[in-house]
Design a protein around this ligand. Structure first.
Ligand code: SF4
Length: 204
């Protein structure tokens, strides 16, 4: 997995520095709030992920963040999608075509500055979201074709503002190797050393 889709080389360099400067405590992780069971999705639902919401939450300090709720969009709300140039997509509501790009970009940049003060060691993001998705978010091209080449607007702001921050999507948690790599990049040690070892397809 590409550790940072916007700054791949820089992320690799800084993550090595982080791994050498081992933390004296378990990692503090940001998490997309819906993965913890918070009712933050457009329909008022959630995407609770048991490994995160039960196993990790009982062992680590997790900091929930929901860009769309925190920005004041509320729930239920109209769904949004990325459109246009995959390199610089717009964030547009699917029914009314309201363009929320600048609004969300401004909010996300400010939120990332606040997150920096929390001294997070990593972030678990919700895949596929036009706000939180890290890789392969659907982008609707002008032709109507849909490609999976986007990054969510909040995720982009994280990558730009905190390019050294280790990030993983919840879909990658089924891969014990990806999880181990993510934990080691936080600088906290190994998943086994921290009691966070994950077996494929199980919780943990
Ligand atoms: S994916 Fe992100 S923006 Fe959407 S509900 Fe979850 S935390 Fe909120």
């Amino acid at each position: 997995m590409n550790p940072n889709p916007l700054f791949p080389n820089r992320a690799a360099t800084l993550s090595l520095e982080g791994a050498e400067a081992s933390l004296a405590r378990p990692p503090r992780l940001g998490v997309s709030a819906c993965l913890l069971g918070h009712p933050t999705r457009y329909d008022g639902g959630h995407r609770r992920h048991e490994f995160i919401a039960a196993f990790l939450a009982s062992r680590l300090e997790l900091v929930p963040v929901c860009p769309e709720m925190e920005a004041g969009l509320g729930a239920p709300r109209e769904t949004m999608q990325l459109t246009g140039d995959p390199e610089r997509p717009r964030l547009v509501t699917t029914e009314t075509g309201l363009d929320r790009t600048e609004f969300m970009e401004r909010w996300a940049q400010q939120r990332v500055l606040e997150i920096e003060t929390k001294r997070l060691d990593g972030f678990i993001l919700k895949s596929g979201s036009p706000s939180c998705g890290w890789q392969g978010v659907k982008v609707r091209l002008g032709s109507g074709e849909v490609v999976r080449e986007g990054i969510g607007l909040f995720a982009r702001a994280l990558a730009q503002g905190l390019p050294h921050l280790p990030v993983i999507e919840e879909t990658a948690l089924d891969d014990p190797g990806a999880w181990e790599e993510f934990i080691s990049r936080t600088g906290a040690g190994t998943a086994g050393h921290l009691g966070l070892k994950k077996q494929k397809g199980s919780i943990p």
